[in-house]
Write a protein that binds this ligand. Structure first.
Ligand code: SF4
Length: 526
């Protein structure tokens, strides 16, 4: 089995999903290799000569090697200006790396002039014309190289699965390629790669999974539009379905630790290895009305805290990370307590829910001593009525206590706000502004988002117009705001009032460009 993580996603750390799948397959005796096409593809594009016609691009090209090595060095995270210049220059080089095909590549984004990742017809077109994808020269040379260990692509054409050509006996040809598709910014490139594999290696089975595919498959009335191209689409955790497709009848239920062995740990754009780890999937709260976890009714599956701690200890000893990134939608209070009681020996950060535990200064001090450098918190609104309407399950007084306790303990708060929900008008949004201004000294970073109505959420029935924003794969529906606070007005408020406040503007400017929360912890480490 070959598992591929396609471009483009922030290249600051290795992909966790494929590392976990690989470990499960290996533990069941299925040989498996992982290819991080994201970091490899981006570095490939950057290393190609660029015909620069402007000063910025020429200067960025001249400094590329310096910028890449600086982003892998802790020193640059002490100077926001140098860091911002390095990131913007690298992003610029990617943006101009392939002007021929109407695509603009970025460190965290992929835009195409005519094709949208929200339209299945466009994804199929991307698959039909892989040579029009900017990453084509990379995957056309790299994929045969990965397969070459087992068989030659041309000789394999049309052969059945598991029937290696004479002369390749003793080696195991991949039977299956799994594509892990998690972000919209990956979709067009993923389909270009699928199209290429389908043409060049027609005997291989292609399985498509990952967070984005799971969300697509949970859309009401989902009908697989990729049937002629992809053999199987998988929703939710991929281990069980993959093992079934690979003919493993008896699934061992023992937990396995993710395996990052194949991944190019020194290539990522971070000052050392960042270890991603999921202590759970789904969310233990699972009630917020705006959240896809709620709308899609995702099951909450925690790794028992003692097992998670053992995984983290084993992975930390093996990979020697500079930072542990907990990927949970919300790290459970039990895991937070386990980390506080038994420090993992590496700085760490993740999402947590505002809770009484975090208002306790002793607990926060313990977390700090255990290496916690930053917690991401969904504060969402400064109005209690709005919070209650979205079933956030937090109260403003508690939020205030948590921010103060974290500040006192020296843990940075990365605060997430959401504007434009059905219960909000400008009056409530101004209360959010007031809350942030009053706590500005306790907020390290801010993420500001405009509400999107999840297609299969409860509110969609009440307010949704049924029209999709952009295409048949959109996960959100257009809606009529019950109080007239529509997206245009919300954006106006954010840009011309909220961000203009000096206290807010100072926080917003601290956010690392492009990498945002993925690099923020490096700016606040002791
Ligand atoms: S706490 Fe976070 S992940 Fe959980 S339901 Fe609410 S928004 Fe979603």
């Amino acid at each position: 089995m070959l598992l591929i993580f396609p471009p483009v996603a922030k290249p600051s750390e290795p992909p966790a999903g494929v590392a976990k799948l690989k470990a499960v397959l290996l533990s069941h005796g299925v040989p498996c290799t992982v290819l991080d096409g994201n970091i490899e593809g981006l570095l490939y594009l950057l290393q190609r000569p660029v015909a620069a016609s402007d000063t910025w691009t020429r200067r960025a090209g001249k400094n590329l090697a310096l910028h890449l090595s600086a982003l892998r060095d802790p020193g640059i995270y002490r100077s926001r200006d140098r860091y911002a210049r390095a990131v913007r220059d690298v992003n610029r080089l990617l943006a101009v790396s392939d002007r021929a095909h109407d695509a603009v590549v970025g460190l965290a984004d992929y835009q195409h002039g005519n094709l949208s990742p929200l339209r299945s017809a466009d994804l199929l077109l991307a698959a039909e014309q892989p040579e029009r994808n900017p990453f084509y020269p990379w995957f056309r040379s790299r994929l045969p190289e990965v397969f070459e260990a087992s068989f030659s692509p041309r000789r394999h054409r049309g052969r059945g699965i598991g029937n290696p050509d004479p002369g390749t006996e003793g080696r195991t040809p991949p039977q299956m390629v799994g594509i892990s598709l998690n972000f919209l910014s990956q979709a067009l490139c993923a389909f270009a790669m699928i199209g290429y594999i389908r043409k060049e290696f027609p005997g291989l089975k292609i399985v498509l999974g990952g967070g984005l595919v799971s969300s697509w498959m949970k859309r009401p009335g989902w009908r697989d539009p990729f049937g002629g191209l992809v053999d199987h689409c998988v929703a939710g955790p991929g281990e069980g379905p993959l093992l079934g497709l690979l003919g493993v009848r008896e699934r061992q239920q023992e937990h396995v630790t993710p395996d990052y062995d194949d991944l190019p740990v020194r290539d990522y754009l971070s000052p050392g290895f960042v270890l991603p780890y999921s202590g759970s999937s789904g969310c233990f709260w699972g009630r917020c009305s705006f959240c896809p976890e709620t709308a899609e009714d995702t099951l909450y599956c925690p790794v028992p805290p003692e097992q998670a701690m053992a995984d983290i200890a084993a992975l930390t000893a093996k990979t020697r990370p500079v930072l542990l990134h907990l990927l949970d939608n919300a790290v459970s209070p039990l895991l937070l307590r386990a980390l506080a009681a038994d420090p993992p020996g590496v700085p760490w950060y993740g999402f947590a829910r505002i809770s009484k535990d975090l208002a306790d200064i002793d607990h926060c001090m313990q977390l700090k001593r255990s290496g916690c450098v930053m917690l991401k918190l969904g504060l969402e609104s400064g109005d209690q009525g709005v919070l209650d309407a979205m079933q956030k399950g937090i109260d403003l007084e508690l939020s205030s206590q948590v921010l103060r306790a974290l500040k006192q303990a020296g843990i940075a708060a990365y605060v997430y706000l959401l504007f434009g929900t059905p219960a909000e008008t400008i009056a409530e949004a101004r209360k959010t502004l007031d809350l942030i201004v009053r706590h500005a000294d306790a907020i390290g970073f801010l993420n500001l988002a405009v509400f999107n109505m999840p297609l299969c959420g409860r509110e969609a029935e009440e307010y949704g117009t049924g029209a999709f924003y952009e295409g048949d794969l959109s996960l959100y529906t257009s809606f009529r705001h019950p109080r007239g606070w529509d997206r245009k007005l919300v954006r106006q408020f954010i840009e011309s009032e909220f961000k203009k406040h000096p206290a807010v503007s100072a926080i917003v400017k601290r956010d690392p460009p492009v990498f945002t929360s993925n690099h923020a912890a490096f700016f606040v480490r002791d």
